[in-house]
Design a protein around this ligand. Structure first.
Ligand code: TYM
Length: 347
């Protein structure tokens, strides 16, 4: 089992990232450690190369990359058990992307919903990097022969594309062994999405996902928020006037209510049914303070560790340098095999 996943180092970590992805990373890392690493390895990285596909401020990206290293460490990613690194320190990601650009089809990339959403109406003005971004994402996981990729719902389409690229590359270029069988260059990775928190929605609009790029700070809970700010954001979260239903079916067509129940159940590690059996029939006046309390209680330890770690620049640099050295080493065989399969002469 090889687990690989990434996060863009833009802004601070929000609750959607945490519940939809990072908490799962930590669990997978801990489960693997319980088998003494015999069953595989985890690689987690900061997708800093992805972050330049949108307009960005270089100094802010630099700072955010280090901050996100502190955030992930505070969340429980342990660089002595997992490989934690940033893409820019492992040139093989960008190299493999170029090799895969020969296999990816324009039509496939044109269908990516994130490309359509982020480019909006201004496709002519969007960067080429935004369009080819999913090919870099494919390179990120294929480089390490990832078997499992823990992501939120919004990244599943990119993972499907990575599988399509791997399959076409294997079909078109994989060398044959002496029995005439294909020896695939790439493993087809599987997306792993947490059932309970695959998609955490905006606190201001239950039809939009919680996102770093939403201009309203009230739309998301950030890990760096203090307890009062978190409580305020929950208090002001958009809801409807009805009390909570006793059955999950009663949440249909109530996206904001569903989202708050989802957040509660994910934080408490329980089901929607269990939350509704406790709070069904009660109004948001009772539910919101309980949710705010649970949220603050769950995130406070992570936040405290983050505030401490972010100041230790030397340690953050050391974590990234060590992770990059390990990742560079691991990526060599696959990158070499891809160059070779394509017939490129490298001496
Ligand atoms: P990014 O940085 O937008 O998000 C990081 C992770 O958080 C998940 N996520 C959510 N989950 C539930 N609800 C939400 N509202 C929510 N918002 C974000 C995302 O699904 C993701 O798992 N392209 C990726 C980064 C990336 C990557 C990769 C991921 C680059 N290369 C290779 C996996 C494998 C991205 O922008 O995620």
């Amino acid at each position: 089992m090889r687990i690989v996943s990434g996060i863009q180092p833009t802004g601070s970590l929000h609750l959607g990232n945490y519940l939809g992805a990072i908490r799962n990373w930590v669990r997978m890392q801990d489960d693997l450690a319980a088998t003494d690493g015999e069953n595989g390895q985890c690689l987690f990285f900061l997708a800093d190369l992805h972050a330049i596909s949108m307009p960005h401020e270089p100094a802010a990206l630099h700072a955010a990359t280090l901050e996100m290293t502190a955030v992930l460490t505070a969340c429980g990613i342990d660089s002595s058990r997992s490989i934690l690194f940033n893409q820019a320190q492992v040139p093989a990601h960008a190299e493999l992307q170029w090799l895969l650009n020969g296999t990816a089809r324009m039509g496939w990339l044109n269908r990516m919903t994130q490309w359509k959403d982020k480019a909006g109406k201004n496709r002519e003005g969007a960067s080429a990097a935004l369009f080819t971004y999913p090919v870099l994402q494919a390179a990120d996981v294929l480089l390490y022969q990832a078997t499992h990729v823990p992501v939120g719902d919004d990244q599943r389409q990119h993972l499907e594309l990575a599988r399509d690229i791997a399959q076409k590359f294997n079909n078109d270029f994989a060398p044959k062994n002496e029995n005439g069988e294909e020896a695939p260059v790439f493993t087809l990775p599987e997306a792993i999405t947490p059932p309970a928190a695959a998609r955490i929605m905006s606190l201001r609009d239950g039809s939009k996902k919680m996102s770093k790029s939403d201009p309203s700070e009230m739309s998301r809970i950030e890990l760096a928020d203090d307890a009062d700010t978190m409580a305020q954001k929950i208090k002001k979260a958009k809801t409807d006037p009805e009390p909570l239903p006793s059955e999950v079916a009663g949440l249909e067509d109530r996206p904001e209510a569903l989202n708050l129940v989802t957040i509660y159940s994910a934080l408490a590690d329980t089901t929607h049914e269990a939350v509704l059996s406790q709070f069904g029939g009660q109004g948001f006046g009772a539910f919101k303070p309980a949710l705010a309390e649970l949220l603050v209680e769950s995130l406070a330890p992570v936040r405290d560790r983050f505030v401490e770690l972010r100041q230790d620049r030397e340690m953050l640099d050391a974590i990234l340098a060590r992770g990059a050295a390990q990742a560079r080493e691991l990526g060599i065989p696959t990158l070499d095999a891809a160059y070779k399969a394509l017939g490129l002469v490298r001496g």
